[in-house]
Design a protein around this ligand. Structure first.
Ligand code: EPZ
Length: 423
């Protein structure tokens, strides 16, 4: 398992390009299942999770090619498709559940492994099943698989009004994709509002779907008989951008994030400004300037447009070396504090009480060997290493590779002393 070796204490300066969003590329690759025509996706990030999604849809019979020159990905689901997502692939990437809606919508059947839990929580998919059942699907769970087909006498999914028990990002995406080919109108109440959903909707509209209200909690879809191909550019990754903003805030420096979208990170940027960093939206990106020790900021993770749970570990690392104390409340996942014990090994002062972590800032981290436990935790640990006194080695960085496109080379280009140790 590869490790990252980081010698802390250096400021970050320069320009960093923000890649396409993992959490937009994954549903958008599944959306290609909705048409027999060719789809072209630009700005698809080079990530382990994207490689897994390529494998998943290729396994169904979809043709997927990435052009080595410009990185553009061509997808064609026009051949013979086996509507299945096997356990050995789904267990490594929960986002595989996003195949369920498109497969049901286009082929009327699907056999998709239950994703199982993951490090940050049990991650059930009960709402996906409830919503698709409301659209006329019959879904039984057998031997760890969701076996889905159209209800008695139905030849296609039916439009429905879906109000989930809680806001679910991939649930909203599954319903949105399924509704594009359903008979009649579908209304999604308390839909997720993340920018990745808006980006998926724009791609579906380019394919001929009739959608309005995306980006709000109330989405309306009028089903059509078929969708055609399109060319779509994946939106920039707001979590990668937020991660780099927290890194510069912690180390100090002056960095321009090209392609970063400040309008997709307002909650995080507001907290960074309160902490004392200067963050400005500039033409084509975001600029951050930070010097000296910042002030610790309390925050609660909530659904978009609130503070994103995917930024919790990164901002906690920043809080650990800021002045004063702060509380971090994780309201989305039940077990998303696994980075805390690793930060404590670096000298952080953190007390956990259920879903609340109380942080008392220290001057600096002391370098040590630590272990990544999940994707965003590993990003938080890298930030900690960048400000650690001495050497920090982050183990199990395969977690990082799932969701960050060449993070260590991007950080090195900004002046960080970081290298990958291949083992
Ligand atoms: C998406 O996961 C993201 N993944 C996650 O990013 C992100 O943390 C999460 O949304 C919240 O923003 C992708 O988009 C691929 P949810 P998702 O359904 O859709 C509960 C990363 O680091 N719930 O919005 O799985 C669930 O347990 C990843 O990039 C049910 O109970 O999250 C959680 O408590 C990590 N039943 C809450 O809802 C369901 O059927 C929100 O989950 C669905 C969800």
């Amino acid at each position: 398992m590869d490790r990252l070796s980081i010698r802390g204490g250096r400021p970050l300066n320069g320009v960093v390009p923000i890649s396409g969003a993992k959490n937009a590329a994954l549903p958008e690759l599944c959306a290609c299942l909705l048409t027999a025509q060719a789809v072209t996706l630009e700005n698809v990030p080079r990530l382990q999770d994207v490689a897994t999604m390529f494998k998943l849809i290729r396994n169904m019979g979809v043709k997927v090619e990435r052009n080595d020159v410009d990185g553009v990905v061509s997808v064609n689901a026009g051949g013979l498709i086996t509507p299945e997502a096997p356990y050995d692939l789904v267990k490594t990437m929960r986002a595989s559940v996003l195949a369920l809606g498109p497969l049901l919508a286009r082929f009327g059947r699907a056999r998709v492994s239950l994703p199982g839990g993951c490090a940050i929580g049990s991650r059930p998919v009960d709402q996906h099943i409830i919503g698709l059942t409301a659209m006329g699907a019959e879904i039984v769970v057998e031997h760890g698989y969701m076996i889905a087909k159209l209800g008695q006498g139905l030849t296609r999914l039916q439009g429905a009004r879906i109000a989930t028990d809680m806001v679910t990002v991939t649930g909203t995406e599954n319903f949105l994709m399924a509704a594009t080919l359903a008979q009649g109108e579908t209304i999604l109440e308390n839909a997720a509002q993340e920018p990745e959903i808006g980006d998926l909707a724009e791609m579906l509209i380019a394919m001929g779907a009739k959608i309005e209200g995306h980006g709000t909690s109330h989405i309306r879809v009028e089903g059509v008989d078929s969708l055609h191909g399109c060319r779509h550019r994946v939106v920039a990754d707001r979590i990668e951008a937020g991660t780099f903003l927290c890194a510069v805030a912690a180390t100090g420096g002056d960095v321009l994030l090209t392609n970063g979208r400040a309008d997709h990170l307002e909650a995080v940027i507001e907290k960074l400004r309160s902490a004392g960093a200067s963050v400005t939206a500039v033409d084509g990106g975001i600029r951050i300037q930070s010097s000296g020790r910042l002030k610790a900021q309390s925050f609660r993770t909530t659904e978009y447009p609130g503070f994103p749970t995917d930024m919790q570990a990164q901002f906690m690392a920043l809080n650990c070396v800021s002045s004063g104390s702060a509380t971090v409340t994780e309201t989305i996942f039940e077990n998303r504090f696994m980075h805390v014990n690793e930060l404590v090994r670096l000298g952080a002062r953190i007390q956990i009480d259920g879903r609340i972590a109380v942080i008392e800032g220290v001057e600096k981290f002391s370098g040590a060997t630590i272990m990544a436990t999940d994707l965003r935790a590993s990003a938080g640990l890298v930030i900690a290493g960048l400000v650690g006194d001495g050497d920090t080695v982050v183990d199990r960085v395969y977690h990082l590779d799932r969701g960050y496109d060449q993070m260590e080379s991007k950080l090195r280009a900004l002046g960080a002393d970081i290298e990958r140790i291949r083992t």
